[in-house]
Design a protein around this ligand. Structure first.
Ligand code: 4UW
Length: 469
């Protein structure tokens, strides 16, 4: 057996050397991010207007919004809803809420009133940030609402006066509360292996581990300065994949994050060219759009691209091959993660000599895995498919107010039952072959059949309903 697999315990260890994680119990995510020194210039750029926020201005803006929130009466442990599309202000608001020890719960701005109401009441939300189009949806909920503009141009518009006050608030935060690594930082929604979607409780420690084991680790594997990396942020920051990279991890490296509100392939091509984008994380449907678009041009437009990474949903070998053919100079990798693992899982890693495009990559450092036969419970060796179980510092604290489901998802030894069917090949790369759990993935987003059923059954003409994938 290879050294990374112990047949006795059935445990797969990461092939990567372990990474030291900060062990100060009183460390919060914001202090951690800004403790990293770099000479990054542009932090966040709005792709449509070109408005940008520089690295030297980033922390002062976070502090300013944090002070404003404090003045409004938001305090440690309060839960703030971010019902927002991508914008350069998303990371600022996210980090400002955490800075004062409050908690963020993000949600897709296209959510229905039904979904918003549920999350607001489950999390005990008292304040929401949203876009003007959504203010009506929040009105009946009786919580405070702050409208966020798309970029700096919008700031002058009267309906954003509250946000304008926050962002230009003088520092008067008396003293930061004591925040522990174990304190809750975010509550993201996921349906897990079954049932309706549930709040996934993530601590500062989970997010710090994510930054180290996923974002900073990946950057450390490539030569050269991360300051020169320009990321196109079109994946939504209300989902764990976009949040981890664009609102958190990359800002500790000094990379530039070019933020795009909505995926539009023509806009993507323009922005990649204009900002010399080097890294583009995508979900499978975006890859297909890129391939189609590449056929219509003869080079030039995509020259700056160095890496495209895909994940959040399965990808067929056919699409992968077409992509490689259309973009021979781009390093293509797949990654795998879950909301419940704070996005940490596996990431591809290609070298000159070794390329494995079809796999979802190697297990992240400090993470352990098991592959289990779901009928017999037997631990399976490389080459055999079974349910993936994951253990490590980025695994969620649990589901919000749901001990029963938490206990059936994370067993007594700390293993997260992923509901995904995988196998390790003999080089230690993981392959995902099926899904045991009953979620539907639409453009990388989760759709819980039980959530659809709950909505459909309310229709007066529907007697009973079963949604399946
Ligand atoms: N192939 C097939 C994949 C894959 C996949 C995920 O909505 P969630 O909870 O979370 C995500 C997170 C994706 C992600 C995080 C960090 C990262 O580096 C990365 O790399 C590209 C992707 O989607 O859904 C989790 C579920 O989504 C499926 C799988 O079923 C998993 O349990 N999934 N990645 N590459 N399926």
């Amino acid at each position: 057996h290879p050294h990374w697999f112990s047949p006795k315990s059935g445990i797969y260890h990461s092939k990567h050397a372990p990474v030291d994680l900060p062990n100060d119990p009183f460390l919060d995510l914001v202090s951690f991010i800004f403790s990293h020194r770099h000479n990054g210039v542009s932090a966040l750029v709005d792709s449509s207007s070109g408005c940008s926020i520089s690295y030297p201005k980033l922390l002062p803006l976070v502090k300013s919004v944090a002070s404003g929130l404090h003045r409004m009466g938001v305090s440690q442990g309060d839960v703030v809803l971010l019902l927002l599309p991508n914008s350069i202000y998303y990371p600022i608001v996210f980090l400002a809420v955490l800075y004062i020890g409050a908690i963020v719960t993000p949600l897709n701005p296209l959510s229905s009133v039904y979904e918003i109401r549920r999350q607001v009441s489950e999390c005990g939300v008292s304040l929401a940030f949203t876009v003007p189009e959504n203010e009506k949806k929040l009105e009946p909920l009786g919580i405070s609402v702050i409208a966020v503009p798309e970029n700096e141009k919008g700031l002058k518009d009267g309906c954003f006066s509250c946000f304008c006050d926050l962002i230009s608030c003088d520092f008067d935060l008396p003293k930061r509360p004591v925040i522990k690594q174990d304190d809750t930082a975010g509550i993201l929604y996921s349906s897990g292996t079954t049932g309706v979607s549930k709040g996934v409780v993530l601590s500062h420690k989970n997010l710090v581990a994510m930054v180290e084991l996923f974002v900073r680790f990946e950057a450390s594997q490539y030569e050269g300065s991360c300051l020169r990396n320009v990321y196109l942020a079109v994946l939504p920051m209300f989902h764990v994949y976009g949040l981890s990279l664009f609102a958190v991890g990359l800002l500790s490296l000094g990379s530039t994050v070019v933020v795009m509100r909505k995926f539009d392939i023509d806009e993507v091509v323009r922005v990649i060219d204009e900002y010399k984008v080097t890294h583009f994380p995508v979900v499978p449907p975006m890859l297909t759009a890129l391939i189609k678009r590449a056929k219509g041009v003869n080079g030039g437009e995509f020259q700056s691209l160095v890496q495209v990474s895909s994940g959040a949903a399965p990808l067929s070998m056919g699409v992968i091959n077409e992509f490689i053919r259309a973009f021979p100079n781009v390093d293509f990798i797949q990654g795998y993660g879950m909301t419940e693992s704070t996005a940490v899982g596996t990431r591809g890693f290609n070298t000159e000599k070794f390329r494995n495009y079809s796999s979802i990559g190697l297990l992240a450092p400090n993470m352990e895995a098991k592959v289990v036969d779901w009928n017999t419970g037997a631990f399976l060796p490389p080459g055999s498919s079974g349910e993936l179980r994951l253990r490590g510092p980025s695994i969620m604290t649990g589901y919000l107010n749901n001990e029963e489901v938490t206990m059936s998802t994370i067993d007594k030894d700390g293993w997260l039952h992923t509901g995904d069917v995988v196998y390790f090949d003999h080089d230690g790369y993981l392959h995902i072959s099926d899904r045991l759990k009953d979620i539907i993935k639409y453009k990388g987003f989760q759709i819980a059949p039980a959530d659809l059923e709950a909505v459909l059954i309310l229709h007066p003409e529907i007697v009973d309903v079963a949604v399946t994938r």
